[in-house]
Design a protein around this ligand. Structure first.
Ligand code: PMP
Length: 427
């Protein structure tokens, strides 16, 4: 195998949120199997990131490989305009069966951000179609993250630093304060007062309330009370506003329930899923709406068409792999795996609380977060973790892990020990 040209990579290829003039180091990975990434020099790293929430079954999974091979022999891609195919229909059937019963109209998008764009378009087209064209704004919560495309960015919290540059040109929407992070036993009714006031004042212009249910991911790795979500659902119903649940990170078991909305016992009007949908194999996401929304859009302007249609929509290879991934989810082993990971993260990361450098430690489902008092030097931290045989990529002040569900106890121990060692050094 040719060596990977790292010099070319550094000079010519942008990586997520990096500069080409002062690039961060990149680690050359040549293969991945189970929960291990293999570096070019032969070192193996235990993966604590599941490739950003997605590789829940681990890498090189035989079922997913088989599904990809089988589909590749038939067709890798075909346009979805005027054509349909088995992988799309099979996957949509599974999505309709797994999501709450009222969600049954599926759009197969090619990334999480696009599924959010589509959800927003659905909401706007829905309102226009029912004679409420003045409902063009969105409501969301601070510290949220919904993607890097323009409509998605407009509902991300600009102060988290990811999209601040674009603030001036993004559509202006309403932001409620971020829900409080604290134990679930201590819910206080006053926490939603500002949210209620925003609904009362602006509902006439609001098409939809978009939020990440229970877990706010890239905007701060924050876990909030299910009562907040129940209140959000009730306010949406009362004020005639759609509820969009962005389950892109939380969907398919990560929080201990199949979907995070289940913690609050609520059903959104539109749900976005992605990441773990294809077990992290392929770039695929979906937006799933109620029949009522689909029917209403169908009676609307422009012949009732939902105005979105990317080239790689419903890519057959991605759909076939996603069907196999959902098949594994439906077998149900994830429940015990997520619970075990959660327990081990809670005990394994608890010692970090003792270190001066640490502001908070919090765990939920199969997610562990250590919030430092100061921003983490990413390059230095990555080197530290790679030297200890684990793959963790900190962000801002956050060191966080959401490993593949199939991680073993000793492997997860290596991860939590490495994090504790980093915190102990007071980095
Ligand atoms: N919403 C949430 C909650 C996410 O975590 C992400 C990805 N981090 C996105 C949307 C965007 O998905 P993608 O990166 O696939 O565009």
């Amino acid at each position: 195998m040719q060596p990977i040209d790292l010099a070319f990579d550094q000079r010519h290829i942008w990586h997520p949120y990096t500069s080409l003039t002062s690039p961060l180091p990149t680690y050359p990975v040549v293969s991945a199997r189970g929960v291990e990434l293999e570096l070019e020099d032969g070192r193996r790293l235990i993966d604590g990131m599941a490739s950003w929430w997605s590789a829940v079954h681990g890498y090189n999974h035989p079922d997913l490989n088989q599904a990809a091979h089988n589909q590749l022999d038939r067709m890798a891609h075909v346009m979805f305009g005027g054509i349909t195919h088995g992988p799309a229909v099979d996957l949509a059937k599974q999505l309709v069966a797994m999501t709450p019963p009222s969600l049954d109209a599926v759009f197969l998008a090619d990334s999480g951000s696009i599924s959010v764009e589509v959800a927003i378009k659905m909401a706007l087209q829905y309102q226009a179609s029912r004679g409420k064209p003045e409902k063009t704004q969105l409501l969301t919560i601070r510290q949220g993250y919904h993607g890097d495309t323009f409509a998605a960015m407009s509902v991300c919290d600009p102060v988290n630093g990811m999209h601040e540059l674009f603030t001036g040109i993004l559509a202006k929407h309403h932001f409620a304060p971020a829900p409080v992070i604290k134990p679930w036993e201590s819910w206080n009714e006053t926490e939603t007062q500002v949210l209620e006031a925003l609904f009362a004042e602006h509902h006439g212009s609001i098409a939809a309330f978009i939020l990440e249910p229970i877990v706010q991911g890239a905007g701060g790795m924050r876990f909030y009370h299910p009562e907040y979500l129940r209140k959000a659902r009730a306010l949406c119903d009362h004020y005639d506003v759609l509820l969009i649940a962005d389950e892109i990170a939380t969907g398919f078991g990560r929080t201990g329930r199949l979907f995070a909305c289940e913690h609050a016992g609520i059903t959104p009007d539109i749900m976005c899923v992605g990441k773990a949908l294809s077990g992290g194999y392929m770039t695929l996401a979906a937006t799933i709406a109620t029949r009522h929304i689909a029917k209403t859009i169908g009676k609307g302007p422009g012949g009732g068409a939902l105005m979105h249609g990317p080239t790689f929509m419903a890519n057959p290879l991605a759909c076939a792999v996603a069907s196999a991934s959902l098949g594994i989810i439906q077998q149900g082993a994830w429940q015990q795996q997520v619970e075990a990971i959660g327990e081990q993260l809670a005990t394994g990361l608890a010692p970090c609380r003792e270190f001066d450098s640490v502001a908070d430690v919090r765990c939920f489902g199969a997610i562990g977060v250590v919030e430092m008092k100061a921003p983490v030097d990413v390059a230095k931290a990555q080197r530290f973790f790679v030297d200890r045989g684990v793959w963790i990529r900190p962000f801002g002040r956050l060191i966080y892990v959401m490993p593949p569900y199939v991680i073993q106890t000793d492997q997860l121990k290596q991860i939590t020990q490495a994090i504790c060692a980093w915190c102990e050094c007071g980095k």
